[in-house]
Structure formats: C-alpha cells, structure tokens
Design a protein around this ligand. Sequence first.
Ligand code: SAM
Length: 381
Amino acid sequence: MSQFSEYKDVIQDGDLALIWISRDNIKPVKIAAGETFNTRYGSFPHNDMIGKPFGSQIAVRTRGSNKFGFIHVLQPTPELWTLSLPHRTQIVYTPDSSYIMQRLQCSPHTRVIEAGTGSGSFSHAFARTAGYLFSYEFHEVRYEQARKEFEDHGLLRDGNVTITHRDVCQDGFTIKKGNKTTFFDAEQPLDQQDVARVDANVIFLDLPAPWDAIPHLNHVISQDSKVSLCCFSPCIEQVDKTLEALDKHGWTEVEMVEIQGKQYESRRQMVRNLDDALKRLRDVKERKQVGVERRKRMFNKLISDQEEPYEERPETPKTQYNPFGKGSRVKEGDANFHWKEVAKVESEIKSHTSYLTFASKIVNKIRDEDRAAKALVDAVE
Ligand code: SAM
C-alpha cells in the first residue's frame, strides 16, 4: 500500500520520508539504517529517525558550536510531495489541484485520465483520491522517471495507477497489448483482451495542444455516466482553441476559471490616534528648541574665547514608547495600547495560475432504471 494514501505512525527502515528543513526546503529521503542526512545545519543519522513517530523533530549539535540544528521528519502526502518533488516540468500546485478535484467531483468511484504526467505532481493527488488513474506521457525520459517514482511510491501494481508512454494527440488513449505501459489487471490481463478497460469519468489535460487530444476521448470515456473534463492552459489563445474543440465534439457545461491563490497573514496593528501625533510633534519641537539653545550658547562661548565652549548634552529621560517614532519595542498585543486585527496578503505563493476550462459530456442519455436503483442503494450504504 502506498505511503501517500495510508498513514503510518512510526518511521521504519526503507520508508520514504519528507524532511522539513525550512518552509521552502523539504527534501524527500529514503530512510536507510546506517545512512546520514547531511544539511548545512548538521548531519542527521537515519538511525536517530528509525523507530520515532512521523512528525518527530530531530536535533543535532552543530559542529564547533553550542547550538543545535533541527529537522522534522514528515509522512509523505501529495501536498508535501508537490513542494519537494524533483521538477522535470512545470507542475500543478495544490491551490489548483484541490480546486480541480472538487470541481470534477473526484472520489473512489472516479476513473481518471491524466495527460501529460510531467513531474507527477497532480498524479499523486489523483492517486490518493480517485479509484483509478490512467496517466499518459510522451517524453520517454520523463515517462521512465515517473514510472520509477510511481513504482517506488507503491502506486503501480499494488496501487491504482497506470502510466503509458504515448503521444495522446496523435495516438489517443486506448491501451492495447504491446504498448509501453504499466497497465496490469490480474483478472483481465492485457494479452487476453483486445484493449484495456479505461472507462474514464474524469479527464485532466495539461498539454500544450489539448484540442488535438479531445477528439480521441470518445473511445475511452464512460458511455453511460457523466464525464467531467478540465484543461489546464496558461494562454488564453489555448483556451480559445480548446473551446472550439469541446463544442465540436459535443462537450457541454463549458466554463473557464482562473485560480488566484492568496495567502493572508493575520496580525494585530497598533491603533494610533491624533493625540499621539500631537504629543509626538510637541516632543520633537521641545527637543529641537533645547538643542538650538545649547548650540547658541556654545557658539557664544566660542566667539568670546571661553576655554571650554562645549556643553555636555543634557540628560533627557529615555523616550517613552512613542507609537509614531523610535523608542523601546512594544510586544504585539501589549495591554497598555490599543490594537486592531489586520490581514496582509503574502505575495509569494506557489501556483501556476493557468486558465482552467471545465466541461462535461454524457454519451448515452438513456436512463437505465436497474442501474439507477442500484446506485441509490450503493449511495445509502
Ligand atoms: N500536470 C503535471 C504535473 O503536475 O506534474 C505537469 C504536466 S507538464 C506541464 C506537461 C507534460 O505533458 C510534459 O511532461 C510533456 O512531455 C507532456 N506532453 C505534452 N504533449 C503530450 C502529448 N501529446 N502526449 C502525452 N504527453 C504530452
């Protein structure tokens, strides 16, 4: 069973762990007894991790200093994988993938087609939620890398993922005997049937030319249930061509959406009023006056040839905290001051922000009463 879909409590030899070094530095590591994970904050023996619960903080003393370096050893999830995976292409980030999956109503009843696989970011999210994922990639090196990664992550034979090496725009989605694919069905091996049963009811196309893939979909989509589709395209010109193809091939309920992920930082800000401003201005004016007079006296002493023209600066009491100027720092929320809650938008959020074009199709619109009754029973159970 894949570590991405089943939680484990304890870190074991051979597990994949995602090591959190900092918010933007998470490293995937295969835990192996005797090995060491090296960072610039220190070297962390895997043996110190084995046997500890996932989520544990591991500390080592930094060499030549009295300080400690920390890491956290985390259980892999599709969301953390998206933040730590080796990039081979542009990837779909969680703000987009989570929205797309809920719009496409992904569930264990869903059979998904995804093209192309790319770096496998979205594939991991689909694999956790959907019943089955058929992923297609035409770039041979990327296909092999993704195949190996899916195998290492337990997504292939024991899991619910098939990856096929294919140009879907040219050759469509049908999986036949002799194709370069990981498709495996113990009950219906590919050599005992002409083609694999795909029967997809969710389609996700992250391709430069989805309009060339759309005409091939009819052969592999469910014929008797609603099929939902999403195309992920960075340019509006691509959306335009996709809309044309969807219309031509009988897709309906077409809608285009763009996700603009924003992260808000919430904190308290001191409320400053007019009295504070006036107090600050009076303070500045008084100090300025004292300074001008001191300098005037020093000048007069200088021109009357007095021996010691310089005057010590007068001792002024340490400035009380002044909300409009410098002074001792006040802790956020200090009860002596008045605060209000504010939210600030964090500018740096990872999202590819492509245009998402959604559509749906029902091939066979005849109602099958027996199936409908069974579906109702299944839904209640
Ligand atoms: N959604 C992926 C992820 O989250 O990691 C990223 C997909 S990447 C942007 C697009 C991928 O589609 C590339 O790896 C490319 O090789 C593949 N591709 C492009 N045209 C294709 C085609 N006609 N058939 C199959 N794969 C294709």
